[in-house]
Design a protein around this ligand. Structure first.
Ligand code: AOF
Ligand code: ZN
Length: 323
């Protein structure tokens, strides 16, 4: 199962919002075929694994699959039918699929067809790898990450509007990876107007780009702004953030990254809509001329966030708080 998880992981940025899944065919402790779910909308891991297997099945073959095989007609036909038709008799599954259209039904179908099914091998590892996927289906809403870049004295920017980078180039490049991990980047009108960001994931590996959502009451936007160049933007005029997130819950979206100014960030925090806060913090202070990130100094605690990790990136510190 460790190997099945391992072969699924490289497709992290191409399968989202689908889970990373790996499958193996094993006989007498030897791996005879491997397959992974390689891209969103593409064949599932089990199918790729069967395609890599050229032999005939007997009673000693076992299929290992990190996630419960699907039993629904989605973008691809159900894996359960393919498994049953193959003639394999035993299957070992990492974790149940939390997606309500699959959950438990895949396993029931396999057992009803007479297969020997074991479940729950390295389930915590499968879960951890597919954290946003599990969160979305178990909580019926996407996981919300807020990312901020802060001065040492917790300021966001200079009051006089002068634009200097607060954090180092290494931190800003780390942010690109965080963007690539999420399905949506959400920002506000002030940020798009003042900072002129592109807000795409500029990484050196292939990735599906996150969709962009702009929360704004402004009617007209200059489509020449770089933010709008990739035609990947939805403008949302909804002011109630709970409604914004609720609306996303019905879509194929597991995670949202909020990259905005203090006003919108504080609104998300006050609504308790933050599952993870990532702070990139420079060793330099902005002092009197700075605009503070937080309206309430205890907001991190009040949101139920606690310190998960902290380490240095170049001259900055990256700190992650999580629920
Ligand atoms: C599997 N094997 O490799 C994966 C599964 O739209 P579809 O047809 O691609 O189905 C997506 C759903 O199927 C996804 O939300 C999850 O529940 C399950 N993913 N299942 O048997 C796989 N990636
Ligand atoms: Zn499937």
């Amino acid at each position: 199962m460790k190997r099945a998880i391992e072969i699924s992981a490289p497709y992290k940025y191409l399968t989202k919002p689908n889970p990373m899944v790996g499958a193996l065919i094993v006989k007498d402790g030897e791996i005879l075929a491997e397959g992974a779910h390689e891209k969103f909308g593409g064949p599932h891991a089990e199918v790729n694994c069967f395609n890599a297997f050229k032999d005939k099945f007997d009673f000693d073959h076992v299929m290992f699959c990190t996630l419960e095989p699907c039993n629904h007609h989605g973008k691809t036909p159900p894996c359960t039918e393919k498994i049953i038709a193959s003639g394999i008799k035993k299957i070992v599954i990492g974790s149940l699929d939390p997606n309500p259209i699959v959950a438990g039904k895949g396993i029931k179908r396999l057992r009803d067809a007479g297969l020997d099914v074991s479940v729950g091998i390295l389930a915590p590892e499968v879960r951890e790898l597919n954290k946003f996927f599990f969160f979305k289906h178990e909580n019926k809403r996407p996981y919300v990450t807020i990312k901020i870049a802060s001065s040492a004295d917790w300021m966001s920017h200079n009051r006089n509007g002068s634009t200097t980078w607060i954090t180092s180039a290494a931190s800003r490049s780390d942010v690109q990876k965080v963007r690539a991990e999420h399905d949506v980047i959400l920002t506000g009108g002030n940020t798009v107007r003042d900072d002129q960001p592109r807000m795409d994931a500029r990484v050196e590996f292939p990735t599906l780009q996150p969709r962009k959502i702009l929360l704004t009451s402004q009617e007209e936007w200059d489509s020449n702004l770089i933010f709008f160049k990739d035609k990947n933007v939805t403008i949302n005029k909804e002011r109630n953030l709970k409604e914004v997130i609720k609306d996303l819950s019905h879509k194929e979206i597991n995670s949202v990254l909020v990259e905005a100014g203090p006003k919108l960030v504080n609104s998300f925090l006050h609504e308790g809509l933050c599952d993870q806060l990532i702070v990139y913090q420079s060793p330099d202070s902005l002092g009197e001329g700075g605009v503070p990130w937080f309206e309430d100094n205890r907001i991190i605690d009040k949101c139920g966030l606690s310190l998960k990790s902290s380490y240095t990136i170049d001259r900055d510190k990256k700190t992650i708080f999580e629920k």
